[in-house]
Design a protein around this ligand. Structure first.
Ligand SMILES: [Zn+2]
Length: 97
């Protein structure tokens, strides 16, 4: 999904989000479309999103340096809003620690 030759920290992905994308994420979160988010404490995160009676499951895996190694979403779109939102929330969580 993301270029594999270089890994980037979550904060770097988020810093490149366009204003439009940030707005979309704000709408998703304010409408409570992100149902929950799990953090296994070892770099794996996943979240469920509700959209038009469908539940989508987004996952992100970070390595020991906090760099995004892998992302997946069950909606099977390339770089979907679900993954963007999950990364956004991971970054928020990291920066509040
Ligand atoms: Zn998705």
């Amino acid at each position: 999904m993301f270029p594999q030759q270089e890994l980037h920290p979550v904060s770097e992905f988020v810093s490149k989000y366009s204003p439009q994308l940030r707005q979309q994420i704000a709408v998703i979160l304010s409408n409570n479309k992100m149902l929950n988010m799990y953090d296994d404490g070892e770099g794996s995160y996943d979240a469920e999103f509700q959209e038009n009676d469908e539940i989508y499951n987004a996952e992100a895996t970070l390595n020991q340096f906090g760099e995004v190694e892998d992302c997946y979403c069950s909606c099977h779109k390339e770089c979907c809003d679900h993954i963007y939102t999950l990364l956004w929330c991971i970054n928020k969580k990291q920066s509040s620690n």
